[in-house]
Write a protein that binds this ligand. Structure first.
Ligand SMILES: [Zn+2]
Ligand SMILES: [Zn+2]
Ligand SMILES: [Zn+2]
Ligand SMILES: [Zn+2]
Length: 395
């Protein structure tokens, strides 16, 4: 069985980036180095003579790293939840402190009151058993899928875990399946889950490593075009979170044309990809390209999804935003943007309610665009005033 070093892409001594295959590996424990010098130094001064056995025993460098990161992530999550979980007990093991790991409790879902407090270890143990049982009995996809989601959804409130708890569960999941062959379904899913968890905890640099590794793995094992598009979409989100818009843009373009080719312009994935690509163009001040793409796709969204669908609202909002961002926009452009946003604001309030994040977003864009319009009208006003107050005869 081959275990690829996927998450560990750095030299253990100098932290040089090794990518997916370059450098040297310790023959016993698979710890990675940029070259023989770093390897020798690690042995002589870095304590590798003692560590090597430990790492090998833990299952190799990748597994060792996963275990270590998992323990750190659990500590971070328990600390973040300490205030909220004070005086509570785990709904799985009924203890406050975990009997073996001594870890504290967490809760970051939609559970309220005294419900939903648990240890990350207990949550992980539960889903591990449920998944193993589903695998053993070859349960159907629907059941498998539901069980898998216990890694990222609370079984009590059925909402996603978020923040550092999602991150701890991501490491728990990765640590559980990392030792399997890279074509294994659970190992593939675990990589995606870890990437999302790191994103949730805003560990974007770490998320980038994982997502790049995930894309490379999926390409190598011949994943379907659709699976690759999902990973690329997630990767582009991370590029954007890191402010790497120039890297996000070509990826978003690729995802959009991929969905277009695969599923046609009326598919919801194609529409989402178009919006993502357009938003990136707007952020890069390439508003002409954004406008022409949105002009093409908004009528499709209106026809297929309807006027009150939140994706349609998002696309129209993004279109209106191109004018406010565009220095070459005319007064009429800005007026039309304000009218569009007022219309969207009414729709969003009626359909989603005033507190919905999208309603607030529309409201925010509306206020900005109104202000931009007022400023421009003010210029015209003062110009007119200036002309009217000019002494007669001078013109
Ligand atoms: Zn090195
Ligand atoms: Zn070693
Ligand atoms: Zn517990
Ligand atoms: Zn819950």
């Amino acid at each position: 069985m081959t275990i690829y070093e996927m998450i560990l892409t750095q030299c253990a001594v100098c932290a040089a980036e090794l990518g997916l295959s370059s450098g040297k590996k310790c023959g016993r424990c698979s710890t990675r180095y940029c070259g023989p010098e770093c390897q020798v130094q690690h042995w002589k001064e870095g304590g590798h003579d003692k560590l090597c056995k430990l790492i090998k025993k833990a299952g190799g460098a990748e597994q060792y790293n996963a275990n270590k990161k998992y323990a750190e992530a659990v500590a971070v999550a328990a600390t973040a939840c300490a205030e909220d979980t004070k005086g509570q007990t785990c709904y799985i093991c009924t203890q406050a402190l975990h009997w073996k790991t001594k870890e504290g409790l967490v809760r970051m879902c939609a559970c309220r009151g005294t419900a939903g407090f648990a240890h990350v270890s207990c949550l992980a143990e539960q889903v591990k058993i449920l998944w193993a049982e589903a695998e053993e009995n070859h349960l159907d996809d629907k059941v498998m899928n539901a069980r898998w989601h216990r890694w990222d959804k609370c079984s009590l409130c059925e909402q996603d875990y978020h923040g550092v708890v999602a991150c701890a569960l991501g490491w728990a999941c990765w640590k559980t399946y990392v030792g399997r062959p890279e074509t294994d379904q659970a190992r593939c899913l675990a990589m995606g889950l870890l990437g999302n968890g790191l994103h949730e905890a805003e560990r974007h640099a770490d998320a980038l490593t994982v997502k790049e590794a995930e894309l490379a793995t999926k390409r190598r094992i011949g994943a379907s075009e659709n699976q690759l598009l999902i990973v690329q979409t997630n990767l582009a989100i991370t590029y954007q979170a890191l402010g790497l818009l120039d890297q996000a843009l070509p990826l978003k373009r690729e995802v959009y044309s991929g969905h277009l080719k695969l599923q046609g312009e009326e598919h919801v994935h194609t529409l989402i990809a178009a919006l993502n690509y357009a938003s990136c163009l707007v952020d890069l001040q390439r508003s002409e390209e954004a406008k022409s793409l949105l002009r093409k796709m908004i009528p499709v969204a209106r026809r297929v999804l309807g006027e009150t669908n939140d994706l349609t609202i998002r696309m129209r909002c993004s279109y209106a935003r191109t004018f406010y961002k565009d220095k070459g926009a005319t007064l009429d452009d800005l007026r039309e943007s304000v009218t569009t946003l007022e219309d969207l604001d009414r729709t969003a309030r009626r359909v989603l309610g005033g507190e919905h994040p999208l309603t607030r977003r529309v409201d925010y864009e509306l206020r900005l665009t109104r202000a931009a319009l007022r400023a421009r009208e003010g210029d015209v006003e003062s110009l007119r005033n200036a002309i009217e107050t000019m002494p007669p005869g001078d013109a």
